[in-house]
Design a protein. Structure first.
Length: 211
């Protein structure tokens, strides 16, 4: 039986090496490549033709959600599994909308990761137990929970509320324009919205725009 060909995508080399060490002993799995950026992921996917891509959502040159969509556009039979620390429904929803076959948290046990690979290759969906519970809570009408923001995301959100441009934010916070754009994109994803007015509306609803 042909082993499951897996491409690993994460911007932290120590994570990539850890995953390689974890998966290499599995007889039914073959790690065919490691990528640290969205561009590398697309190049390696074309070159190695993996069965599964284990994909981090935060990459230095793009969103894992966009990468998922682009990979599947080129290789529709590919199975993409998010491997992330982001245990938020908004990310899960957008990844599934982009065509992902699974969503696994980085605190997963090795057995769970191996199970995820086997199931998605069998044409099934796989969600970490924590994400399944999150979905069930939402479907049961549980209260909407404010997304968890980093300190920098809160600062950027405040600047957005002030009406500052991305360049003005970069100057004020002493970070690059591209970093600001990344934070803006992450905020839209965390709130599961597509534009700034709706982002501010949701942020105000959760009391995140209070001084």
């Amino acid at each position: 039986m042909e082993p499951i060909r897996v491409l690993l995508v994460d911007d932290h080399r120590i994570v990539l090496e850890g995953l390689r060490v974890l998966l290499t002993p599995l007889a039914h799995v073959a790690v065919v490549g490691c990528a640290g950026t969205a561009a590398e992921a697309q190049q390696l996917a074309r070159a190695t033709r993996p069965h599964v891509v284990l994909l981090d959502l935060n990459l230095p040159d793009g969103s894992g959600i966009d990468v998922c969509r682009q990979l599947l556009a080129e290789q529709p039979a590919l199975r993409v599994v998010a491997l992330t620390t982001l245990n938020e429904r908004s990310y899960l929803t957008r990844m599934m909308q982009a065509g992902a076959a699974g969503y696994v948290l980085k605190n997963a046990l090795p057995e769970e990761l191996a199970d995820a690979l086997a199931k998605v290759c069998a044409g099934k969906k796989f969600l970490s137990e924590e994400m399944q519970e999150l979905l069930l809570q939402s479907e049961a009408g549980g209260p909407a929970v404010a997304p968890v923001l980093t300190r920098r995301e809160k600062e950027v959100l405040g600047c957005i509320a002030e009406g500052l441009t991305s360049q003005q934010m970069a100057d004020k916070l002493f970070i690059s324009y591209l970093t600001i754009e990344t934070h803006r994109r992450n905020l839209l994803t965390k709130f599961a919205v597509h534009n700034t007015p709706t982002l501010l509306k949701h942020a105000a609803h959760h009391g995140l725009l209070q001084p």
